[in-house]
Design a protein around this ligand. Structure first.
Ligand SMILES: NC(=O)C1=CN([C@@H]2O[C@H](COP(=O)(O)OP(=O)(O)OC[C@H]3O[C@@H](n4cnc5c(N)ncnc54)[C@H](OP(=O)(O)O)[C@@H]3O)[C@@H](O)[C@H]2O)C=CC1
Ligand SMILES: O=C(CO)COP(=O)(O)O
Length: 346
């Protein structure tokens, strides 16, 4: 039996312990200072407040002040924070863990730089820490509540060292949790972070169709599929620009699919598509984790720098730039359909 300590008791941090717990490992769930209620409630009832599922009986619960106890004898540390908790995790957790303890982060996102580069979180952590840690991450399509329900999925663990990845995989692999491995951290992380921005883009079509038909909940699939296709094209170009392997598009496209159908990002895209102003839509969704906004903003900022530097053109990323205009420049939704058309001559 191994001991897995998870810091960040949000929905995904809590759900990723399910397959490992099923394999007989001890799961210690540690709340961030913002997760107090989740931990208290789980201790009392065995249920997770936001995941809305009963947690396996083998879970142990810790408030952040009990971190030292939760780390005693641990074999793996999982980071369950979202993009909004990355700075906290970097400042408060990574400096105090043993250097021999490998880390696996579920966080999806990237940080852009002044030069227009996009840095995945494991690399950001490595750059900012003055100690050497084994920093690994999970990418791929996987909604937390469906993982808790044992719906089969296919994800990818990435990191620098294949042997370490194999050991971590052995803790989690289950008949419903299939794990590929990759040392292409930039490619995996970039593919699954970008899908957040593009899930917002595809969901615009859901709201637009409702607005056109005047029927809430009325869906049309042509327009969603067209935006899905353009999203995959732009994600593939971006993958190439950041130096990620092309096959990672499978993870990005799968993750895009699940997020359009089952993710929180869809909520903001639909409201914007219906014609709601960005500020009003954000106010309506207050309290819901919406990483798509921060990821779209950072990615578009990097793309605009790449364009200014002559490494890309605006014609390569019309959908990403439109999303950026809607959320950051006060523009109305007006899908640039014509700019998705291409001429291909063999
Ligand atoms: N790799 C994978 O397979 C998957 C990864 N994800 C990713 O996992 C991450 C977490 O998602 P999910 O669990 O659904 O989101 P939740 O909002 O449920 O959880 C977010 C976690 O981060 C914490 N957090 C947020 N802001 C801060 C802060 N400022 N300081 C410290 N901690 C903070 C939260 O505390 P609090 O709950 O109080 O806000 C909580 O512990 C996301 O990056 C998401 O994209 C999601 C699905 C699959
Ligand atoms: O990353 C996810 C599924 O893989 C969840 O996406 P949301 O953050 O939009 O819910």
């Amino acid at each position: 039996m191994s001991i897995i300590t998870i810091v960040g008791a949000g929905m995904m941090g809590s759900a990723i312990g399910f397959p490992a717990s099923g394999n007989g490992h001890e799961i210690r769930l540690v709340g961030t200072p913002l997760d107090r209620e989740i931990i208290e409630h789980a201790r009392k009832t065995g249920e997770h407040l936001t995941l809305k599922r009963r947690l396996p009986g083998s879970y142990r619960y810790y408030q952040i002040e009990e971190l030292e106890e939760a780390l005693l004898g641990a074999d793996l540390l999982v980071s369950g924070v979202s993009s909004f908790g990355v700075d906290w995790f970097l400042a408060e957790i990574l400096p105090v863990i043993p250097e021999t303890l490998p880390v696996l982060a579920v966080t999806k996102g990237m940080q852009d730089t002044e030069e227009g580069k996009l840095i995945p979180y494991p690399h950001l952590y490595a750059q900012k820490l003055n100690r050497k840690l084994s920093l690994n991450a999970v990418g791929g399509p996987c909604t937390s509540y469906e993982l808790a329900d044992h719906d089969p999925t296919e994800v990818c663990f990435c990191g620098e060292d294949m042997e370490t990845l194999r050991k971590i995989k052995a803790l989690f692999e289950a008949p419903y949790y299939h794990i590929s491995l990759s040392t292409d951290v930039v490619g995996v992380e970039c593919a699954v972070a970008m899908k957040n921005a593009y899930a917002l883009a595809v969901s615009l079509a859901v709201g637009l169709a409702e607005r056109r038909e005047g029927v809430p909940g009325k869906e049309h699939y042509n327009s969603q599929a067209a935006l899905f296709g353009q999203s995959v094209r732009e994600m593939r170009k971006l993958l190439k620009l950041v130096g990620g392997g092309d096959d990672n598009i499978v993870l990005g496209a799968g993750d895009l699919y699940v997020t359009v159908f089952g993710g929180r990002t869809r909520k903001i895209g639909v409201l914007l598509g219906r014609g709601m102003r960005f500020e009003d839509a954000m106010a309506e969704l207050e309290g819901i984790t919406l990483e798509s906004i921060v990821i779209a903003t950072r990615t578009a900022r990097a793309v605009r720098k790449l364009i200014a530097g002559g490494k890309a053109t605006a014609a390569d990323f019309p959908l990403m730039l439109h999303v950026d205009d809607i959320i950051n420049n006060g523009k109305d939704v007006n899908i640039p359909w014509g700019s998705f058309e291409v001429e291909t001559q063999l």
